[in-house]
Write a protein that binds this ligand. Structure first.
Ligand SMILES: NC(=O)c1ccc[n+]([C@@H]2O[C@H](COP(=O)([O-])OP(=O)(O)OC[C@H]3O[C@@H](n4cnc5c(N)ncnc54)[C@H](O)[C@@H]3O)[C@@H](O)[C@H]2O)c1
Length: 326
């Protein structure tokens, strides 16, 4: 299969490329290297089945050319990360909504099977745990810019499902919960790589808020396995939304204890109020747990890596990075 991956130089994209090239697919990527990095794709350069375009998702000429050669598109390019979203809401909304519009326009022209990356953020302040795909969604007010990420991704979902319902385009929406693993940048507020880096450098481990908020962390290799299987089943999964995430819930305080134990760090713990970490009035969700029954029924998916394995993989990766950059 010829697959176009937007945002392919990013964290999830580069893991997906490795898998898809490994099974014989031909991959083209479109990425502006804003939160992604050329180092993520360096190992693929020279492979005759891999090509890259460093450009904006809004460049419709490039997008059209790449889509014309593709059987399928995995649309991952987005403004990502809570910090980035709070600091630059205009860019977030434009990249996510106009980017998805451009991708779907090209996909419709060439009838490409399309996967659209959404996020657990769309569940907002919902309290009916675990979150199911057909739950009502409860976002905060538009005066709080952090909700612009969720709202923009929700509009992406509507655009994708409209392309399926109105135009018969085989679109599937995937709602990722926290996905972690080797290669994820800690620069944009991603908690696991940030804590591991702080621990390896014996710097204070920063916890935002009281640390009693919980998250479920899914290994990126489990996430890309789900994407790969969904790509292969357009007949049964088009027009549907799927949660992708782990059900192993952990508070940030527990996560920090795990990081301390597994790194043997001398780091202390430092609590930072949300107002200082982000913007005044920042709202966070206490819990975010996915119900993945629907995905399991569709493709037989279950996560196979627990938190210990995830942390060990991230620690090993960050240790190598630390020794090669110092
Ligand atoms: N990692 C997670 O925990 C998580 C959770 C929920 C949703 N997601 C979604 O999954 C997708 C991939 O996320 P990721 O974790 O790999 O993040 P990432 O930042 O590593 O990947 C996003 C990629 O998109 C590229 N990009 C951004 N703006 C672009 C533009 N205007 N034109 C072209 N390329 C652009 C970036 O350079 C980057 O390579 C995103 O859509 C994100 O919203 C991820």
């Amino acid at each position: 299969m010829h697959i176009l991956i937007t945002g392919g130089a990013g964290f999830i994209g580069s893991h997906l490329i490795r898998n898809l090239l490994g099974r014989g697919d031909t991959i083209a990527i479109l990425d502006n290297l804003s939160t992604g990095n050329f180092d993520n794709i360096r190992e693929f350069v020279g492979n005759p089945r891999f090509s890259f375009a460093i450009d904006e998702i809004h460049n419709t000429l490039v997008l059209d050319r790449l889509a014309s050669q593709a059987d399928a598109i995995v649309h991952l390019a987005a403004a990502v990360g809570v910090q980035l979203v709070v600091e630059r809401p205009t860019e977030t909304i434009e990249t996510n909504v106009l980017g998805t519009h451009a991708v779907l326009t090209a996909a419709r022209r060439y009838r490409c099977r399309t996967l659209i990356a959404s996020t657990s953020e769309v569940y907002g302040k919902g309290v009916s745990i675990p979150f199911r795909e057909d739950d009502d969604l409860l976002l905060g007010p538009s005066s709080r810019s952090r909700w612009s990420y969720a709202a923009s991704k929700l509009l992406d979902e509507f655009l994708g499902l409209a392309a399926y319902n109105e135009h018969g385009l085989p679109v599937t929406v995937t709602r990722f919960f926290n996905t972690v693993g080797p290669g994820q940048t800690g620069r944009y507020g991603m908690v696991v790589p940030r804590l591991v880096r702080q621990a390896l450098r014996h710097e204070p481990l920063t916890i935002y808020g009281d640390g009693e908020q919980s998250r479920c962390f899914c290994h990126v290799s489990d996430t890309v396995r789900a994407l790969q299987d969904l790509l292969d089943r357009p007949e049964s999964t088009a027009g549907e939304i799927y949660n992708i995430g782990s059900g192993q819930e952990v508070t940030i305080n527990q996560l920090v204890q795990n990081v301390i134990e597994r790194t043997d760090t001398t780091s202390t713990i430092k609590y930072v109020p949300y107002n200082e970490a982000y913007a005044p009035g920042f709202e966070d969700m206490r819990r975010r747990v996915p119900d993945t029954t629907k995905l399991n029924q569709a493709i037989g998916w279950k996560p196979t890596h627990d938190l210990t394995k995830i942390l060990d993989d991230v620690i090993a990766y960050e240790q190598t990075r630390l020794t090669t950059t110092t």
